[in-house]
Each structure stands twice: as C-alpha cells, then as structure tokens.
Design a protein around this ligand. Structure first.
Ligand SMILES: Nc1ncnc2c1ncn2[C@@H]1O[C@H](COP(=O)(O)OP(=O)(O)OP(=O)(O)O)[C@@H](O)[C@H]1O
Ligand SMILES: [Mg+2]
Length: 623
C-alpha cells in the first residue's frame, strides 16, 4: 500500500490541537519536519526552508458526493501533505444562522403560494432547516469549521509552485477547487509549518486511511450507531461497528487458540444484549466458559448431556417468527414446514449413521423414512397442517402444535420397516442414539426449556462422547437453537457458534452450516461463527461460500499464508489482512466489507471476571 507523505493535523481556531495529529509515514530523509530548520523564509505564497520550498493550497469547494480516496488521488501526487483543520462550531451559532434564514425562506414560500404556485426549492430549504434544528437539539449533529489544506514540497520555490499548480489542474477535473493559501491566512498554514510542532504525537497513516478522513467519513465509525468493537490501534479512537446495517451480517471470527476470540465475542454479545437483542450461545468449552457471562446477563445456561433425562427433538417443527410478528394465523401463512425440517435434519442423520447423502441409496431411504414418520404422527406439509392458531391469555396470537412430533425412534422404526434392503442396516446404526442407547439426547419430545432471551447451551459433554455423536449431536443443538430463534418474533437475534471448525472441516457438515447461515439471515439472525483460522473457511466450496457472503470478519493472530489466501479470495490487498499474523493476544483486525481497522479489544473492569475462558463455571441447569 502506498504510503502518503504528509501530515494530517486536527487544530482548533486558536491553533491549539484539539485532536490527534496524524503523521503520515514517510522515510526520515523525506520529512521536511524531521529537523528544525535554521531559518524559514516566508514569501507571499510559499515558504522557503533551506533549499526546500513549500506551497500551500486550501480546498475551497468540493462536490457534495466525493468518494473517499478521490481527493488524494487527484491532489496528492509527488511530495505532498494533507492538513485537515477541524474547529467545533457552537450549536447556538448554527441555530442563529438558521433562524435568520428561515423567515426569509418562509415568506418566499408564502409569496409563491399567494400567486398560486409552489416554490419547491424554498420548501425543501425550510424542511431541511427544521430537520437540522431538530437534529442539533437532539445532539445527533455537530458542526465543524473545516479547513483542508495541501502542502506541496519541492527543491526550490518554482518547483513547489509548479507542483501545486499541476495538482490544482488535476483537482479541477474532479470539480475540487483549490486556492493558494497565503501566509496571513488560516490556522492550517501555521499548523503545517515544519519543525514547529514537537509536542504533538505522531501516528502512522496510510493512503486509504488518510483518504477515509475526506470528506469526513471516518474508519472508526463503521457505523456511528454500532457497538464498541475496540480501540483503533493507530488513532486511539473508539471503533464502532454495526452488524445489522445495511442488512443483517454474520460475523466470522478466526484466530489461533488463546488469542482472544471468545473474549472479543463475549464483549460484543454483552453489548448486543444492552440493545435488547436475544442471544443464544453454543458453548463447546470444557469449562463452560460462557456460563458466568450469560448468567450475569440474566440468562439461562444448560449443559446438555448425551444421555440423561433431558431431550431435544430435532424433528420438532417450530412456528415461523416472521408470521407471528405479523399476527398471521397458520392458515394465512404459506410454506412447507415439514419438507424444510426434513432437509435440515438429513445431514444430521447422515452424520449419525456415518453415511453420505451424495452416494448410494441412503438419501432416498432416509427421506422416505422421515416422510413416513411425519405422516404417521399426523403432520401434513403446511403450516396449518402442523399448527392451530390460538389467542393466549394476554391476547396475542400463539401457534399450538396439532399433534406430537415424530421422534428419532419413529424414524428408526420407519427405517426398519423400509422396503429397501439397506433400511434395517441404517436403523441399526441409529440404535445407539435412541432411548436406552449410549447417547439418547435426541430421541423423544423436547424437555429442554429455553424460556429466556439469553441462553447458553453447553455441548462439551456431547463432543466428549466422541464418535459420530460428537459432531452430529453438536449440529443437532445448533439446528435446534437456530430453529427456536427463527420462531422468536424479535427482528434481530445473535446466535453464536464457538469452535465451528467442528463443522467447517467436515464434508457433510460444512454444507449444512452454509445452509444454516442462509436461513438464519432471512430470519434476522446474525450468526457469530468462531473458528481457529481462515483456512477452515477456505478448504471447501461451502466454507468459501460462507466466507464470501459474510460482510463482517474479525481476524486474530494466525498464519500469514492463510491470511493472504483469504485476502485473495475477497479481492483484497494481501497486506491488508497480513497484519493479523503479527497481532498479540487481545488485538484484532475488524473487516467490514472492504474496510479493515486494527483494534485493541477492551472490556470494562466490571465485566472482566465474566470474560475469562480459564475459570471453570459452576455447573447449573444440568438435568
Ligand atoms: N482483549 C483481552 N483483554 C484481556 N484479556 C484477554 C483479551 N483477550 C484474551 N484475553 C485473555 O486470554 C485468555 C484466552 O482468550 P480466549 O479464551 O478468548 O481465546 P480463544 O481465542 O477463544 O482460544 P480458544 O481457541 O482456545 O478457544 C482469556 O481467558 C483472557 O483471560
Ligand atoms: Mg475460545
């Protein structure tokens, strides 16, 4: 990435810094301000310092729409520097100006009305002014006087003046207007004097970051309404990021073990909860590391057992949250809930049986057995075939199941009765997961109650059971959690799947996870998918599909080679992600679409005890 040669200063009217001075990276020898000059000659429109000369231009006008980056491209060729001076304008001053203009605009509008016409321009101005006054009153808008100056350095005054003129011509092509700034004008001129600002802190900035400052977009505000993702490593400013805008995005978190993936996710989950969003976390850690936080947030944590008294039925169909939110009765809602459920559970059954859905008769035989199980339970493939609408005590519409859902045991019996010769063999493979078997959590009607907006499901014991159940059991819980979340009417929900490499590295489960991500987004669910490295996403087509279709990503420390491959997949400069290879624990790159910001993850002291992964939680909610 090209490094820009210059200084970005944030100054107040009194020429005192009010913000950070950002020093753009340049070799020491090229820094005119890297030494204290023996004397400065101030000419009418340029400075001469030793054998170096500088011409200053101020941006006098710029178009309303100017993409970040356009400005340096057009104007910062050669040895140029950019100075941005921002001085806050008191709200009273802006209000006074608006109050002065409003009566004039209102009388012009009235005059037009009297003549039987409409002065659309005046009416728009009135609307804008009133909206602006409201925004100022509510604190949503603050005003700044902005000076944007450009400094052109060269050996000798003539060359500096020529460099400035050439830049001015290029700027005009972009409808940017630059005017020569004279020694007597503007604080920026003084702010830019070389050698004169030893007290200011210098920070490195590359071209994309400098250009992001103009026209006053800011990489720290990936969305000003968002949650706090961390401190910008370069500027010290808080980085705010919003996973819900412009549409729901999942978050992919990757990094080597122990570098703080779970930590940052816990910080983000806490903030999402502050905004009232329901959370559901799948926790595979042996120490139930999410329990302290989720319980502190008033939630419920349930450590699931492969074989115990609790049950979680993967064949249960849940109501559609979007339809509930609209107040639709089941008969008003179209869809094929049974077919959808069958498609969702087939990979889980395949994983339990150790069979593939792509080859041999397994898919067809299983499909027939699942269909038969639903038929025998009395469910038909429509919402009103599964549910009846009922108004509850509080007057809101609820959907009640018409019959008991089929169970895993029912599918096993249907396989046994299959006309295909392989059916009974598949039935035997399911036996360990049916009631009385070694891991029978999934056989029977659901008893686990998820009656809180914050839920943690501990799945370590399922994974520890090993064998096929390790992956399939975890998958069934993710599937159940996602389904339950889809049934919630809340518009935004966060579903967190930690240690997702369990799925990404598996040829059957990776497509299943990809399907989950697509369905989830449609239902307003943002999944947080945590994995040990970007490589987990890049090793198969479905992993790559998840990767490419996710706008928001967090990269922690991991191998450089994987990061550059990931960048290539996204059409990004490899260096943009490569930095993550050198990050210490607790630091991350946050990527939102094409923008990447390095952040130091921080949490308030009060939260710290809840964020550690190495403290065993007291088991609660076990059956
Ligand atoms: N930003 C941070 N500030 C303070 N401590 C941190 C930070 N990030 C991580 N830690 C500490 O490092 C420990 C390990 O972090 P964490 O459990 O989040 O790693 P991980 O990447 O999730 O590892 P694993 O892959 O093993 O799950 C935490 O228990 C915590 O004490
Ligand atoms: Mg972790």
């Amino acid at each position: 990435m090209a490094r820009l040669n210059g200084v970005v200063a944030v100054l107040s009217r009194k020429r005192e810094p009010v913000g950070t001075v950002l020093e753009v990276d340049a070799p020491e020898t090229q820094r005119p301000w890297g030494w204290t000059p023996s004397g400065v000659e101030v000419a009418a429109d340029h400075l001469v310092i030793g054998d170096r000369a500088c011409q200053v231009r101020e941006v006098a006008a710029w178009p309303a729409v100017l993409a970040p980056g356009a400005m340096p491209d057009a104007t910062l060729a050669g040895e140029a520097a950019l100075v941005i001076g921002l001085a806050p304008v008191p709200a009273e001053r802006v209000n006074a100006a608006l109050d002065k203009a409003l009566p004039r605009q209102q009388s012009a509008a009235r005059e037009a009305q009297r003549k039987g016409s409409v002065d659309a321009e005046q009416e728009r101005k009135i609307r804008d002014a009133l909206a602006l006054k409201e925004a100022i009153a509510s604190g949503m808008v603050r005003h700044f006087d902005a000076h944007v100056s450009l400094l052109y350095w060269a050996d000798g005054a003539e060359a500096a003046v020529e460099a400035a003129r050439a830049a001015q011509r290029r700027a005009r092509e972009r409808t940017l207007e630059l005017v020569a700034l004279r020694h007597s004008q503007g604080p920026s001129y003084h702010g830019a004097l070389p050698g004169g600002r030893p007290v200011l802190r210098g920070l490195l900035l590359d071209q994309s970051q400098a250009s992001a400052l103009f026209p006053f977009t800011d990489e720290n505000l990936l969305d000003p309404g968002g949650v706090f993702a961390g401190i910008n490593e370069r500027t010290g400013a808080p980085v705010l990021w919003n996973r819900w805008l412009p549409d729901v995005s999942h978050l992919l978190v990757s990094g080597d073990t122990g570098y703080g993936k779970s930590f940052v996710v816990k910080v983000l989950l806490t903030q999402e909860r502050v905004f009232g969003r329901p959370l559901l976390v799948l926790d595979p850690s042996p120490k139930r590391e999410y329990a302290p936080l989720l319980e502190a947030l008033g939630g419920r944590y349930i450590a699931l057992q492969p074989s115990g008294t609790q049950r979680l039925n993967p064949l249960e169909v849940m109501p559609d949250g979007a339809a509930l939110a609209e107040g639709h009765a089941p008969e008003q809602h179209t869809g094929r809930p049974v077919s959808d459920r069958i498609a969702a559970v087939k990979p889980i059954f395949a994983a339990l049986c150790g069979e593939s859905l792509d080859s041999g008769p397994f898919d067809a035989v299983l499909e027939a057995a699942l269909q038969r199980a639903y038929r025998q339970a009395g469910c038909t493939d429509s919402w009103d075939g599964c549910f009846t609408g009922a108004v509850d005590a509080l007057g809101s519409l609820a959907w009640r199941p018409k019959t008991a859902w089929p169970t895993l045991g029912d599918v096993r019996r249907a396989l046994e009765a299959s006309e295909d010769a392989e059916g009974p063999r598949y039935a035997r493979m399911l036996a360990p997961y049916c009631q009385g078997g070694s891991s029978d959590l999934l056989d029977g009607q659901t008893t686990v109650t998820l009656d809180s907006p914050v839920v943690g499901l501990g799945v370590n014991d399922l994974i520890a059971a090993g064998g096929r159940f390790a992956r399939a059991g975890y998958a069934a819980v993710v599937d159940y959690a996602a389904q339950r979340f889809r049934a919630l009417a809340a518009p935004h929900k966060v579903l967190c799947v930690d240690e997702a490499h369990n799925f990404l590295r598996d040829p059957v489960m990776a497509p299943w996870l990809e399907r989950q991500t697509r369905e989830a987004r449609k239902a307003g669910i943002s999944m947080t998918i945590i994995s040990q490295g970007v490589a987990d996403f890049l090793r198969n087509d479905t992993g790559r599909a998840i990767w490419q279709n996710t706008r928001c990503k967090l990269y922690l420390h991991q191998p450089a080679g994987d990061l550059s491959e990931a960048a290539a997949q996204l059409g990004l400069d490899p260096q943009m992600l490569g930095e993550a290879a050198a990050l210490p624990r607790g630091h991350a790159l946050l990527q939102v679409a094409e923008r990447v910001v390095a952040v130091a993850v921080q949490a308030p002291d009060t939260l710290q005890p809840m964020l550690r992964s190495d403290v065993a939680a007291q088991p609660r909610g076990d059956a």
